[in-house]
Write a protein that binds this ligand. Structure first.
Ligand code: 5AD
Ligand code: SF4
Length: 516
């Protein structure tokens, strides 16, 4: 499949298919389908990091004349990938609803279906192409359906080329930098017969004031966009552009408003939250300062994801150690336990410096729960190097980990590296690693037996409606019996039966800690 994806990028030159061109864009025709390309992805430009200033714009994203455009129409967004994508979907939902659209879960009822895609690994991409294949018959039955692709995959040259060639029934392709343009693009796709493509290969300005449709009691808050780390395996710096931090006053105002609305927990989002503020030219204000300011707001729990070990500084550790609403859980992706592999991954830290950081964090926050991301089977990874990962995982004692087999991403440096590790060896390493992670997770949960923990009750368990489900400050999943009225409140429970991936518990006293 990797070679198939690569092949398409070679065919991105559609110059013989151009029908007309003006300052708005160019029209091309492929297999009878007209396509209007306003702008297209370009890896070379995505890789560049310029000094241009990023402006912060406070805009009305839905023009007055489009406010009732969606009246009587329904939309559906299928979201793949990380929390950043989930949150982008919340923004798009906000935009749709300001246009008068109504959400539906039922594809056959939808007038617009968007796939908000993920490019981080090949299997995520395969799922989307599979889904587009399934949607073909619906589109044939219902030609007026607007079918759109957005998110990280749209930022890839090879993906857009493949859509043009094989999935020409798609109506709209836009990227991660121009979500705020959704209303206008949707109108163009609706009224025109042609496929509309607008993918910016350069990140634009930060747009504030976009509507967001959040659900539940936990909210995501973006604090920065993009990534400048360029780990050699990772596509994100290309698909999400350069690091741009939101202004602290905008983040603080948003969190205050969420507190006022009664949200119980917020998660600060960024590809590399520890780089927050590095791009400010007018002030010296970093992630630790933001956390210190947010900790004063009356919201019970604040989390963040994802942090890069390289920029995790002492001041941040000191602020987190004050606790309060800053929870004692840190997701700290390590990726590998071998200094040699880390070097080739471009991670800019060593096994030793990672372990030293962990030591400092544990000294300041002794009951901290650490979780991580690990890639196995990076090009050329030897058995010994993999065993270094196992030993690091054991030494740190992670409570859980997201583990992945390395997936080559076209356009990244690692995709050009020679890889002599057979797939069955990679799979076997993943199994060994997962067994170790399960063992550690079970052991960590076992330590909680008999203890009382605070749980934010999120809803009913999927498998048993009499059982409630929630999370501890350390993000552990807890199941216990209780009335539905507790949903949305904090309850203290005693751990009775720890499992590997969740904890069974019983409420201590009904009134304890229950916040209404
Ligand atoms: N192959 C496998 N895993 C990857 N990740 C990022 N890029 C790749 C890739 N090319 C993993 C990293 C990252 C997580 C979000 O996804 O572990 O932390
Ligand atoms: Fe990708 Fe590395 Fe940036 Fe994380 S820090 S998004 S792994 S490039």
């Amino acid at each position: 499949m990797a070679s198939e994806t690569k092949d398409y990028s070679r065919y991105f030159d559609f110059s013989d298919a151009v029908v007309s061109e003006d300052e708005r864009g160019k029209r091309i025709r492929i297999g009878g389908r007209e396509i209007f390309i306003m702008s297209e992805p370009n890896y070379r430009r995505e890789r560049q990091r310029g000094k241009e200033e990023v402006r912060v714009l406070y805009e009305e994203a839905v023009p007055e004349e489009l406010r009732s455009f969606g009246k009587g129409k329904k939309y559906l967004i299928q979201t793949y990938g990380c929390q950043m994508n989930e949150h982008d979907t919340e923004v798009m939902k906000g935009l749709f609803e300001q246009m008068g659209f109504e959400w539906t879960d039922e594809r056959r009822e939808a007038d617009v279906i968007l796939l908000n895609t993920c490019a981080v690994r090949e299997n995520a991409e395969d799922k989307v192409f599979g889904e587009l294949g399934h949607l073909k018959s619906l589109k044939l039955e219902k030609p007026e359906l607007v079918l759109g692709v957005c998110g990280c995959m749209s930022q890839e040259e090879s993906v857009v080329a493949r859509i043009l060639q094989k999935y020409a029934y798609v109506d709209l392709v836009f990227g991660t930098h121009n979500i705020h343009r959704l209303p206008v693009l949707l109108r163009d796709a609706y009224f025109g017969k042609e496929m509309v493509i607008e993918v910016w290969s350069k990140e634009g300005d930060i747009i504030e004031n976009l509507p967001k449709k959040r659900e539940g009691m936990r909210a995501w808050v973006n604090i920065m966009y993009g990534c400048d780390k360029f780990c050699t395996y990772c596509i994100v710096p290309y698909t999400r552009g350069k690091e741009r931090s939101r202004l602290p006053e905008d983040v603080i105002a948003e969190v205050r408003e969420l507190a006022r609305q009664g949200y119980r927990e917020i998660t600060l989002l960024g590809q590399n939250v520890n780089a927050y503020g590095k791009d400010f030219t007018d002030r010296d204000y970093r992630f630790a300062d933001l956390m210190a300011d947010l900790s004063k707001i009356d919201i019970p729990r604040i989390r963040f994801t994802t942090s890069h070990p390289r920029d995790f500084d002492d001041r941040l550790i000191e602020v987190l150690a004050r606790r309060g609403n800053l929870v004692e859980h840190i997701h700290l992706p390590v990726q590998s336990g071998s200094t040699e592999i880390l070097k080739r991954m471009g991670r800019k830290y060593t096994r030793e410096s990672y372990l030293e950081l962990v030591r400092k964090i544990k000294a300041a926050i002794p009951d901290v729960v650490l979780t991580t991301d690990i890639i196995v089977g990076f090009p050329g990874e030897t058995e010994e190097q993999f065993e270094e990962t196992l030993s690091l995982v054991r030494e740190v004692g992670f409570d859980s980990a997201f583990t992945f087999i390395y997936s080559p991403r076209a356009g990244t440096p690692a995709a050009e590296m020679e890889d002599n590790v057979p797939m069955d060896v990679k799979k076997e390493r993943l199994i060994r690693l997962n067994e170790l992670v399960a063992e550690l997770s079970k052991r960590a949960n076992e330590k909680l037996r008999g203890q009382v923990v605070e749980v934010l009750v999120e809803g009913r368990s999927k498998n048993n409606p009499n059982v409630l489900s929630g999370r501890t400050r350390t993000n552990k999943l807890v199941h216990f019996e209780g009335p539905a009225e507790w949903i949305g409140s904090f309850v203290h429970v005693r751990v009775t039966d720890p499992q590997t991936w969740y904890i069974k518990a019983e409420p201590v006293r009904q009134e304890t800690g229950a916040v209404s």
